[in-house]
Design a binder for this molecule. Sequence first.
Ligand code: ZN
Length: 137
Amino acid sequence: MSMPNVPRGTRLAHIGIAVRLLDEILPFYRDILDLPEVPLDDADGARIAGLSAGEPLVELLEAQMPDSPIALFVAKRGPGIHHLCFEVDDLDATLERCRAAGIRLIDETPRIGAEKKRIAFLHPSSTGGVLVELSEY
Ligand code: ZN
């Protein structure tokens, strides 16, 4: 297995942006802003385009199914910023601190996200109205 991770401290990993049509908006980020594309897996019923913006990524999220979380978000609020993702040194320990603080968890246990990392979402009702994803290095 891999070496134990050296603690790096919590940092912004990516901003997830819900879009109606990826092909319409991707050229703005990729060709006009000149952000290099990073291959990502589809996740949670969404097609995802990853773009490197320095260290953090911009992830454009297009619903692939009418009942997926991104489809519901766009239908209700229109396209826009959907979530922030913070990478943490120890996801289990962070989730435990969240639990102890009474923060509402969407994912009680970590699962594998679009970047093949362990992730978990926190509910916006506990985080100032922003959907927060935690991931691990
Ligand atoms: Zn994300």
